[in-house]
Structures are given as structure tokens and as C-alpha cells.
Design a protein around this ligand. Structure first.
Ligand code: HAM
Length: 426
């Protein structure tokens, strides 16, 4: 039997893991700039967490979760997103009792959704997400959006648009729900089976139906923004004016309702027009969630956050020439005694903080030089019978092509001196 990775999963091979590490490093640097700290939560959680937090009428919960019973018949789900786990952990560890009222977290890691795999869409994919929990403030909504825009800009991703909308508070949502019911009631029989159920349970979800999106009733459906309460409108106006002050471009997109149930007030998406992803692909999205913490048993503490699909960020990044950093030294022994010595030398060099490797295939010089080249080694260190006898090695700088004979005890000093002299890798 030939084994292959399950549909919708991808192996990240060494040739591209360097690019992933670069992306992760850049994200960590930006998070440090924003004083956002990492939180790592489990990859699986109790299923109940997601049905409660994400919503039991959403596609994510009803169609896309990887759920199973464990050996003790507990209902377990591989996390389809990161916000619910962070909120659960925040409540469980009583982080609301910390002296700093606003807590800012980030996370990176695999998420799981049973979706049709496609361009930038997988069943196991990675998200980088940020959650800012503790304050119901338009300033924090905007901090999240600015941070999300900073990430895409730092990656050099162009042709992006920030779309924003407001779903309002409880009062606005109740008024909007009634408007939706009134609007869809005459045509409910023409909608798909799922939408008929959505109509009963959660009419807002009709708006992100993939089957009925061409139905005429969708085009002139009521807009959330027309049903905002006074305070919800004031919150949204403040968000817009802060974005204006910071000269962040955005589009108010009144069709934006997001596919997860926990949102209130501000919602946003970062949409790319980069042809590599297909026009209008959403690379990141988020919004405010003011009742999730209390619904999970915590106090009334509001939150706001966003998440990027990391595969989509990688796609947008394209095929940059990723060779990573080369080796400092590639050690090339010729013969058994030289190999024994080489083993000692690489161990000693690694202990001294140098990146190095050696030939383990007992090849001739030509093959070994090819490896030194493939690893972009700064030095090739040649050890033949003669060198073993004289207790020296032959160091060839692959940049200047200079060769030097160096005594064993002087190797570290020699390399240090060479690098100090400005002979770093280009
Ligand atoms: P989401 O819109 O479901 O939001 O997902 C966020 C991003 O994850 C999407 O914009 C997309 O880039 C990526 N994504 C989603 N599904 C897939 C997939 N199957 N394959 C590849 N990438 C995918 C959330 O998950 C919210 N937790 C965001 C958030 C955080 N809201 C508040 N805080």
C-alpha cells in the first residue's frame, strides 16, 4: 500500500520550512512591538466549547468540525479556530483577576476544518491570531486592525483592502433579527433546507449561505448598520474616525457579517486581490466578541481579535529565494582517521556556537565540495592523511577562495578572527 497524507493536509518540507520560520519570526517581532504575549492552548478541546462559543448554527460547527469520542466517551473536537480556546483558558485561569485589565494574547498553530480543499484552503491549516480581552473600547478594535494591517504590510503583501462593518450590540442585533425575519419570511420556502432551519434558529446565518447567495432576496436584505442602537453607532463612528486619524484605508462593507456567531459591534476582514490567491480571498479576519467570556462562565468581560490563515500569507509571499543561512563550516574528511578527527571537530565547533556539518558518506573531494556548495558553507575544512599526521586542517574560504593551514587548537580563533574581519556571508 502506498501511503499518502490525508486529503486537505500538507507536509511542510525542509525546502519551505525556512520560509515558515521567517514568517513566524516576523509575527513574533510584531507581537513584541505591540506588547502581545504568546498563549498556547490545546489542539483538542471539549466539543461543547465550540458549539457554545462559535455557535451551533454556524457552518464551522455543523459541517466542518473534526469531532470524535475518546476512550472514556468524552466528546472531543480538534480546534477549528483559536478564539474559543483562548477564552476558555482566560476564564479557567482567572486571567480577568490580573492587575492589568487589558490582556493581549497571540497564538500560532494548526486548526482543523472539514472543508473542500482548494487554493489556500486546507483541512489542517495554520492560523496566527491575536485576542485582546478586557476592554470594550473602539481604541482596542482599531489597535487590532492596525496590527493586522501592519502584518500584511511587513510581509510586503500588496493589493489588500480592509473591510469593516458593525453588527451592533444586543439591542441592535435583536432589531436586526426581526428585520431579517420580516424580509425572508415571504421567500423562506424558496431557500435551501439549511436556510429554512437558519430562518428558525439564527436568520443572520442565511446571509453567509453558499447555496442561496444568488437568491434575489439576498441582494436587498436589510443591512446591520441601519439597525444600530445609538451607543453601537457611536462605537462604530469612533472606530471609523480613529482609522481616519491614523490614515488607515478601509471600506465599510455592509454585507460583512462573518461566519461565526460570537461577534458583536466591529467585524473586519483583510481581503487580498493578489492573483496568486484568487480575487477577493480573505487572508485575515476578526472582530469584537463581548459575551463569549461570560457565556463560558467568566465575568462580563469583552474581547476583540483577529486571525490570519498562515498558508494564505505564505501564498501571498510567493516563492522568494529561500536558502536560509548557510553553514559556517562543512568538514570534509578523507579516510577513516580523518573521519574520527572530523567527528571531534564538528562536536567542538557546534559546542562553540558554529553551524556546521561533515561528510558521513566517505566520498571523494568532488562529491564533498558539491555538498559544501549546496549547504552554502562559508568554509570547507579539508582533512586528509597529511593533516591528521600534522594535527592541522586545511580551511578554504568559499567566498575569497583563500586557503589556510590551521592548527587544531587554533580553529575557533581562526574562524572568529575571519568573521570579525567582516567576512560574513553575503
Ligand atoms: P475565520 O474567518 O474563520 O475567523 O478564519 C480566519 C482566517 O483563517 C481566514 O480569513 C482564512 O485566512 C483562514 N482560514 C480559515 N479556514 C481556512 C482553511 N480551511 N484553510 C486555510 N485557511 C483558512 C476565525 O477563525 C476567528 N477565530 C478570528 C478571530 C479571532 N476573531 C476574533 N478573534
Amino acid at each position: 500500500m502506498a501511503y499518502s497524507a490525508p486529503r486537505g493536509t500538507v507536509d511542510i518540507l525542509p525546502e519551505s520550512s525556512g520560509k515558515w520560520q521567517e514568517l513566524e519570526q516576523l509575527i513574533r517581532t510584531i507581537c513584541a512591538n505591540y506588547n502581545v504575549k504568546e498563549m498556547r492552548t490545546p489542539i483538542f478541546e471539549h466539543t461543547e466549547l465550540f458549539t457554545r462559543a462559535v455557535g451551533d448554527t454556524t457552518d464551522v460547527v455543523t459541517k466542518e468540525m473534526y469531532s470524535f469520542e475518546d476512550k472514556k466517551k468524552r466528546a472531543i473536537t480538534l480546534r477549528p479556530e483559536g478564539t474559543a480556546g483562548i477564552a476558555r483558558s482566560y476564564v479557567e485561569h482567572k486571567l480577568f483577576a490580573l492587575p492589568e485589565k487589558l490582556q493581549k494574547f497571540y497564538y500560532m498553530g494548526p486548526m482543523f476544518r472539514y472543508e473542500r480543499p482548494g487554493n489556500g484552503r486546507q483541512r489542517q491549516f495554520h492560523q496566527f491570531g491575536v485576542e485582546m480581552i478586557g476592554l470594550e473600547s473602539a481604541y482596542i478594535d482599531v489597535e487590532c486592525m492596525v496590527m493586522a494591517v501592519t502584518v500584511v504590510e511587513a510581509l510586503g503583501i500588496q493589493d489588500i483592502q480592509l473591510h469593516i462593518n458593525s453588527l451592533g450590540d444586543d439591542e441592535s442585533r435583536k432589531a436586526y433579527r426581526e428585520a431579517l425575519i420580516k424580509h425572508f419570511e415571504p421567500v423562506v420556502d424558496e431557500l435551501c433546507h439549511d436556510c429554512q432551519q437558519r430562518f428558525e434558529k439564527n436568520p443572520l446565518r442565511i446571509l453567509d449561505c453558499k447555496v442561496d447567495h444568488e437568491h434575489p432576496a439576498m441582494k436587498n436584505a436589510p443591512r446591520t448598520i441601519d439597525y444600530l442602537s445609538e451607543s453601537a453607532k457611536a462605537h462604530f463612528d469612533k472606530v471609523c474616525s480613529l482609522l481616519d486619524d491614523l490614515e488607515i484605508d478601509y471600506v465599510v462593507d455592509t454585507n460583512l457579517v462573518r461566519g461565526l456567531d460570537y461577534y458583536s459591534h466591529t467585524v473586519f476582514e483583510i481581503i487580498s486581490d493578489d492573483p496568486k490567491m484568487g480575487q477577493g480571498a480573505t487572508i485575515g479576519a476578526g472582530g469584537r466578541y463581548n459575551s463569549m467570556i461570560s457565556e463560558l462562565g467568566g465575568p462580563e468581560v469583552p474581547g476583540v481579535g483577529f486571525a490570519f490563515g498562515m498558508e494564505r500569507l505564505m501564498l501571498a509571499l510567493g516563492d522568494s529565494d529561500n536558502q536560509g543561512n548557510g553553514l559556517d563550516v562543512y568538514v570534509m574528511p578523507l579516510g577513516q582517521e580523518a573521519k574520527d578527527l572530523a567527528m571531534q571537530i564538528v562536536t567542538m565547533l557546534r559546542a562553540n556556537g558554529f553551524t556546521c556539518d561533515m561528510d558521513q558518506c566517505d566520498r571523494g573531494l568532488k562529491g564533498q565540495f558539491k555538498s559544501a556548495d549546496r549547504y552554502h558553507a562559508h568554509f570547507s575544512m579539508i582533512i586528509g592523511e597529511e593533516e591528521v599526521k600534522k594535527e592541522v586542517v586545511n580551511m578554504k574560504c568559499n567566498h575569497s577562495k583563500e586557503q589556510s593551514v590551521v592548527r587544531l587548537e587554533d580553529i575557533v580563533e581562526f574562524i572568529d578572527r575571519h568573521f570579525e574581519g567582516g567576512h560574513e556571508h553575503e
